[in-house]
Design a protein around this ligand. Sequence first.
Ligand code: S3P
Length: 441
Amino acid sequence: MNPLISSAAGPLKGTCAVPGDKSISHRALMLGALAVGESRVSGLLEGEDVLATAAALRALGATVERGDDGVWRVQGVGVGGLAEPDAVLDLGNSGTAVRLLAGICASQGFTTFMTGDRSLCRRPMGRIIEPLERMGAQFVARSGGRLPFALIGAAHPLPIEYRLPMPSAQVKSAVLLAGLNAPGETRVVEPAPSRDHTERMLRLFGAQVSVEAEAEGGSVIAVAGYPELEPCTLTVPGDPSAAAFPLAAALIVPGSDLVIRNVGVNPSRIGLLETLRDMGAAIEMDSMREEAGEPVADIAVRAGPLRAVEVPAERAPRMIDEYPILSVVAACAEGTTRLNGLAELRVKESDRLGATAAGLRAAGVSVTERDDGLDIVGRGGPLPGGGLVATQLDHRIAMAFLTLGMASEKPMTVDDGSMIATSYPGFVADMNALGACIATH
Ligand code: S3P
């Protein structure tokens, strides 16, 4: 346990940058391992989640190394060239690592054992087991489709068409990645758009991916099997889900004026920016450019009054990881903010709906928790603070409530900040450099 305490911060001023995007970092290593030859990845997120993926890919036979220049070099073995690992793959806290790697291993004719930490072993894996079994893989999982599981990959995988029962980029990606080592075309029908990093990166590595509109308003994503993926040299954009914390801090700490450089602004990830603008936030995107097939920008943000909003359920997939920090901003806004369509938050690294509501209450904020939403009564200014938050092995709960402490009258404590290292190892140092006051408790 590593308890941390966050006290009122001075205005955040100047320019900062955030680490590489977690989703894109996982995918860059995975596709590098499936290409033929050496890929080079700069700006990789060196957080525990991505390091777990790197270790798993090594165990599967790819060479994955960090050079002294900070560039990661991956020697890929081709889409069908991975080898059976000698030991259990431990994916730590990372849902993306286990679900996407299970997709890759599902169409390789060997057996893999996978596990994770206490949080990951509670999360539902039935959502990938079902489609991957249709492709011919077999799983022996703990009851309720939980980790640890054994995965017997299909020696002769079948391409499928799979309609996602929930908006999940991880499930979509698992099926598409399995389809790389299957004949014909593997198709995923997505009723509502979720992050499309896998599709973009598959194209970057030379796979054939098509996206077409479907009759019921969704889209059909198809990948052609057995491509020869070409190695790539790429730079990972900054993570918008990490940028959300300094961004929110700058909005709620009076007098702040901040520029966050080099942030990924993929349309499937910027629901938070849309919502904050609806709340009246002064946010501008500048120097739009492209990096690794993804749109990137510098984001300028200034503190100012914010008003409550109702966030529509259909926006949830575009800001799924940002609800804890949005809830903190909403607590500082004028009026009651209503967040809808959040059932999926219950199966993240923690039950994020419950953990967010409990954290807000600990900070003296009035909140109603519904089955799939929250109503947060904003205080239109600084929060009382002074509470202790149970992070439940969830990095985003820890970072959200340390950010809240920056704008509260009494300091906020989180019981364990160690999980922050999964996605943003430099969080405390970066925030303190900007004017925060976060210390070991
Ligand atoms: C991710 C997809 C999302 C997100 C997670 C990363 C990805 O999960 O919450 O942090 O990289 O594909 P779901 O697919 O479960 O919505």
